[in-house]
Design a protein around this ligand. Structure first.
Ligand SMILES: Cc1ncc(COP(=O)(O)O)c(C=O)c1O
Length: 412
């Protein structure tokens, strides 16, 4: 079994896509997305938490409303957004259930979110003070459990936070904590227990606790079962801790998984442009991709599974071959799509294709700079002191400028 043969991608007419759409192209599977959502939901049900959990899938790691469409109709699922533009785009696509984790923002933006009545996790005492002063409909807070540079009220500020709430005679609606990506399941359960202590001590009347994302995904594993986070064990241990630590039954538990439910819903199909080039320095397989299509692989040192296909899209499997780096199509010295090298089987040439698996999260969006912030304007100051606007700032939907309002069928 190869990584490709275990994937939903092996059942897809890749030839049709390559012929009609061209390469490089990201391909997403609705079926796999639904399967991942169902798996997470079932794990919660099996642990007896079914009624208590809500999932808000972050928009920014994939940012495509068509691909995230199943979230519109599934009970207990919604979307996590961070920018007003994301919210407006998703509303236009018929999404209705949101939470907001905006980072640090202006008073105007906080008031905007308050007007939407979406639970909004404020990231500092100063921002909470604004919401209290403007009588926001509900107050939710993000806590930085790592006491790091991440937005969030620090542990050392929790006394002050509860004093502030008391001053306005308000209660916290929900508290969010980001457990950090790359943590082990044990570490994540420890953070859960820490948050339960915080809940009991400072906010015992809160309606919910939001454990955010960071649920791991193994990009090196071949089999689906080995790739995913062990939600069953996690929820069992969470349920056990909640009971042991006396968390009231009506307190909801929220989660914001991205990688675990999105990564293996996507694949990147590229053309191989030449036979492997071997020099005294290295061997490279030249593709029409670019590291800018998925910079997270290099940035996070993620060695995704790959496969090579012949011109009829049959997988080329051959132990004979050569180890080579996967080169993108630009002059940039380090335009390599993946960290390290991959096995390029004998038979790969300029008529072949290459796929990189598990590119459903933090890949196509990275090409759009991931956080969906439009590009800044450029002004040129001339020698005589006059100034000209030479690039207009991107508008609110700049990051989605080629997004289609309606899906267009791919067919021959
Ligand atoms: C607030 C928040 N929630 C959820 C996530 C998703 O994390 P993951 O992909 O680790 O599940 C992120 C990732 O940056 C985040 O910042």
């Amino acid at each position: 079994m190869t990584a490709l043969s275990e994937s939903w991608l092996s059942g897809i007419n890749l030839k049709l896509i390559a012929d009609q759409v061209g390469t490089p192209v990201f391909i997403y599977s609705e079926g796999q997305f639904r399967k991942n959502l169902a798996r997470v939901r079932k794990a919660a049900d099996d642990a007896g938490l079914g009624e208590r959990v809500e999932f808000y899938i972050p928009f920014f790691p994939n940012s495509n409303p068509h691909h995230l469409a199943p979230l519109k109709e599934l009970d207990g699922f919604g979307v996590l957004v961070q920018l007003p533009s994301e919210y407006r785009l998703l509303r236009a696509h018929g999404f209705e259930k949101f939470i907001v984790s905006p980072g640090h923002v202006s008073n105007e933006e906080i008031s905007f979110w308050d007007s939407t009545r979406c639970p909004t996790f404020l990231a500092s005492l100063n921002e909470v003070a604004h919401s209290l002063a403007t009588q926001a409909p509900s107050i939710s807070v993000r806590v930085d459990s790592l006491d790091s540079g991440k937005p969030g009220v620090k542990y050392g500020e929790l006394e002050q936070l509860s004093a502030l709430l008391q001053e306005y005679d308000r209660e916290l609606d929900c508290v969010e904590v980001y457990c950090g990506s790359g943590n082990s399941l044990d570490d994540m359960v420890r953070t859960v227990e820490e948050m339960f202590e915080v809940f009991q001590k400072y906010f015992p009347t809160a309606r919910g606790i939001n454990f955010a994302g960071g649920h791991g995904f193994d990009y090196d594993a071949h089999a689906e079962a080995d790739k995913h986070f062990d939600w069953s064990l996690y929820f069992r241990r969470l349920a056990d801790a909640a009971q042991r630590m006396g968390i009231p039954e009506d307190v909801k538990f929220l989660f914001e998984p991205a990688r675990d439910v999105l990564a293996d819903t996507g694949a990147l199909l590229m053309s191989v442009e030449r036979s492997v080039i071997t020099t005294p320095v290295s061997s490279i397989v030249v593709t029409d991709g670019c590291r800018m299509l998925m910079p997270s692989a290099q940035l996070r040192n993620r060695g995704h599974n790959t496969a090579f296909l012949d011109q009829d899209m049959r997988e080329i499997v051959n132990e004979q071959g050569i180890s080579a780096a996967v080169r993108g199509r630009t002059i940039l010295r380090n335009d390599y799509l993946l960290p390290g090298e991959v096995h390029v089987p004998e038979g790969v040439d300029a008529t072949s294709y290459m796929v990189i698996l598990d590119t459903g999260a933090y890949c196509a969006t990275q090409h759009m700079e991931f956080l969906n912030v439009p590009p800044a304007a450029e002004v040129l100051v001339s020698s005589d002191g006059s100034m000209d606007l030479i690039t207009a700032a991107g508008d609110e939907l700049d990051k989605w400028r080629n997004l289609l309002e309606e899906k267009q069928p791919v067919r021959s």
